[in-house]
Write a protein that binds this ligand. Structure first.
Ligand SMILES: Nc1ncnc2c1ncn2[C@@H]1O[C@H](COP(=O)(O)OP(=O)(O)OP(=O)(O)O)[C@@H](O)[C@H]1O
Ligand SMILES: [Mg+2]
Length: 260
């Protein structure tokens, strides 16, 4: 269900463009997201999904267009000016990207140490709370290498949640996971919206997951958004690119385009 228009807009993107080495990856993208919504971004391999997330996170700068985050234009900001925006965003990149030499506690506590003045007791409490939220209570003293891929992914999500962000960005949160862990992660992300009114952008190739957890599905193709729809409407989209994707034919098309 789409959030009512009374919810504030968390993110607005206008005519966003980005090229790498003369290759236009995003060719004028418009996108918007209200609080309490979960938007899935689908598209073939190389269609620019990760690039879009990196632009939203402020990790790369666009060649043109606007990104309005929490009501403020973020494109022109310096690294220093971006810090308060980063504090309000939780990012889960592909692969859990945990620090292997740090314990689970140290990994999850990291953003709190970096961005807040919370004391040791408060940090312990908050870490225990988010580990509980991702269904892994009591794992504080383990090292990432001692955990399964699905558990590492959930620890990565715990770390992204620890600052209670206003916007969560997920890049392929279920990639490489078995069906049980995949379902667990999808339910976890869906639950964030249900329980905490979380706002998320989720890049995924998992259609089942996208249908289950999203209020809005966005489809990226050849650097443009060709469809934005509620899950039930996306399923019935008449757009030929979407139909092809749903039938599993798009990946090979995009790979061919990249190598041509
Ligand atoms: N830093 C970079 N330097 C050069 N080219 C890049 C860079 N980042 C992305 N690209 C190129 O931009 C295109 C889109 O990449 P992107 O990672 O956004 O795709 P994607 O949709 O996330 O694909 P996948 O589903 O395979 O993860 C690719 O052709 C990629 O090679
Ligand atoms: Mg990607």
């Amino acid at each position: 269900m789409t959030a009512p228009p009374t919810e504030p807009e968390i993110l607005q993107i206008h005519a966003l463009r980005k090229s790498f080495n003369g290759h236009e990856v995003l060719a004028g993208v418009d996108f918007s997201l209200r609080a309490c919504e979960t938007a899935s971004v689908l598209g073939g391999s190389g269609s620019g999904k990760t690039t879009l997330l990196r632009l939203i996170a402020g990790l790369v700068k666009p060649d043109g267009g606007r990104i309005v985050l929490f009501g403020q234009d973020s494109v022109a900001l310096s690294e220093r000016e971006l810090l308060p925006f980063r504090r309000r965003m939780g990012v889960v990149f592909q692969g859990a990207a945990l620090f292997d030499s740090l314990t689970v506690f140290e990994n999850v506590a990291f953003p709190l140490e970096l961005h807040t003045k919370a004391g040791a007791g408060e940090i312990r409490e908050r870490v225990a709370q988010v580990l509980d939220e991702v269904g892994l209570p009591g794992l504080e003293e383990q090292y990432p290498a001692q955990l399964s891929g699905g558990m590492r992914k959930r620890i990565g999500i715990a770390r992204a949640l620890v600052l209670q962000p206003d916007l969560l960005l997920f890049d392929e949160p279920t990639a490489g996971l078995d069906p049980t862990n995949t379902r667990m992660i999808c339910e976890l992300i869906a639950g964030l919206r249900g329980r905490f009114c979380g706002t998320s952008v989720v890049v995924t190739h998992d259609l089942h997951c996208a249908f289950m957890m999203s209020s809005q599905i966005t489809f990226l193709h050849h650097g443009k958004i060709v469809e934005v729809a509620a899950p039930e409407d996306f399923r019935n989209s008449a757009k030929p690119e979407v139909r092809k994707f749903l039938e599993g034919a798009l990946d090979s098309t995009d790979v061919a385009r990249k190598s041509s």
